[in-house]
Design a protein. Sequence first.
Length: 682
Amino acid sequence: MTVPARIQERADALRELLHHHAHQYYVLDAPELPDAEYDKLFCELQALEEQHPELLTPDSPTQRVGGRVLEGFAKVRHRVPMLSIRTETDIEPSGARNFDARVRRELGLKEGDAPVEYVAELKFDGLALSLRYEGGVLVQAATRGDGEVGEEVTQNIRTVGQIPLRLRDAPAVLEVRGEVFMRRDDFERLNELQREKIAKGAKNEKTFVNPRNAAAGAVRQLDPGIARQRPLSFFAYGWGEIVDGPAFETHHEVLMALKAWGFPVAERIAVARGADDLVAYHQAVGRERDALPYDIDGVVYKVNSLALQKRLGFVTREPRWAVAHKYPAQEQLTTVESIDVYVGRTGKLTPVARLQPVFVGGVTVTNATLHNEDEARRKDVRVGDTVIVRRAGDVIPEVVAVVPDKRPPGSQVFTMPRICPVCGSAAVREEGEADYRCTGGLFCSAQRKHAILHFAQRRALDIEGLGEKLVDQMVEAGVIRTLPDLYRLGLANLVALERMGEKSAQNVLAALGKSKRTTLPRFLYGLGIRHVGESTARDLARHFGNLDAIMEASVERLLEVPDVGPIVAESVHAFFQQPHNREVIEQLRVPNGVQWEEGMPAVQAPKPLAGRTVVLTGTLPTLSREEAKEMLEAAGAKVAGSVSKKTDYVVAGAEAGSKLDKARELGVTVLDEEGLRGLLAG
Ligand code: 5U1
């Protein structure tokens, strides 16, 4: 049967592409595609070759695993080939069920027969490695290469602390197979160091795209001194040649022996019976995936019985007794449609890449922040670029890297505008700061909108129904320019807005009315002073007691507030020094405006009982004599032992004696405990 020309051409094109990308990845350590994209092309070619075996050529990338051996490393022929693993990308549960059905069919099992026992493991996103021990000593470490011949990387692997150099009670010869990888925290630290080196002008240094890329770079590093600085980890999951070893019956027994010999074996392994257990494992690990300290791209299922593994055998270089069941990719390719600059509440300018929508990490991503000018420049993201976008867990999507080969001609380096894109005011970057800020303040409609939304939010003035769309409309229509304008709104202003009926308008007015009764911490937080979050607002309110005291406080006085440092103190002081901010506050505090209970300052409280003399007598219901005395003295009163004409108050409790009589005689005001509390509260 002849293969249609269209299919022949597609297979040729796929081979070319895969050769190119394998070379970029394995030989040059400069990947141009996310792994998932490469896998997709690989699977497409594999499927074509399965449908049309005539297409198969000995040099097809599907006939070898990995890339060419680097010239710089010695070649190692594996005594036992390093096998590859078949991949199931089907969304669970069919991936696990397909595998179980295949295994049962190959073993000739019938419907009523017992479930097959499997071991389920994590599929680490690293680099496969073979470690050879002779007489219990590590003599060689090799990469997989093409599965037959790999690269000798013993020097570099010796630097991996997790890999034992000497084993206890091990067989005469033991080849251990596993994955070398980089933990996420190690990867972040490494990239941080790389960034520092680049900032100091180091040539030939680069940051790494992902932990896998960093691990591959470290293993293939020709200079073991540099390899040592790249923190790698290792998990063992299989074996090659074993001479004079114990007789094992199951894969699980081997894993336990590897552990006993001193190799790290991932904790998250499970013995599973039948497809249901595999499905449950895939689901459970899927939920835990983002919390793991390292990247995995799937799970692996293996038939547990070694005798059954033998019976099942291989197809090409893939065992029939194992499968890798992948998860949705956390990285995808897309293109940058534009780079917009977003203006935040504090005037901060943030470049945002608007992306061709792409499904990644379980959601459709359309934007990714580029953080600031330095970050955008470091990644050199340009309009029209093809980029790798990553989203893992709840983390905000990010542009990991640009694919340089796909850059369209004539693209321009991104530069941060020197004027605010919303209001046209100057945008400045202060020394030592990473961000540009619009200097327009509340003149800038973007800042105004954010300021109003911040003021209205639940944790501030809590103005129900005042959402983004409404604020946008009101600011655009010029109905609101400053915060006090909110409280000047009338029904007519609101109903004039698009899609605003009379009932909704009334609801907004009612919510505004309700919001006027608030608390000082909420009001302070709502003002949106830079560096003043909810907790600082509470601290300031508690310390000073009232707004006027805060507004008049010097930086030194502000620094007396617990947890307030120089940056916050400067920011609060600068805010209240601005005449337009004071004006806004004045206008909000008009009669029938925003109001709250003002308290007494905790520090330097005025003494409401200064100059007064009080006498205590009898037993008060809850306060001890000492407590009452302390409270009175804190309020400025003098506590005397006897009643005279000069006594202002006598506080009398149970069994008060002659002092109470004397007070009555002299017409001195007598109070009980409740009266005392009222006096102290002013
Ligand atoms: N955990 C694990 N990962 N992994 C990768 N086991 C495992 N086994 C593999 C591969 C390539 O291959 C064997 C099934 C030969």
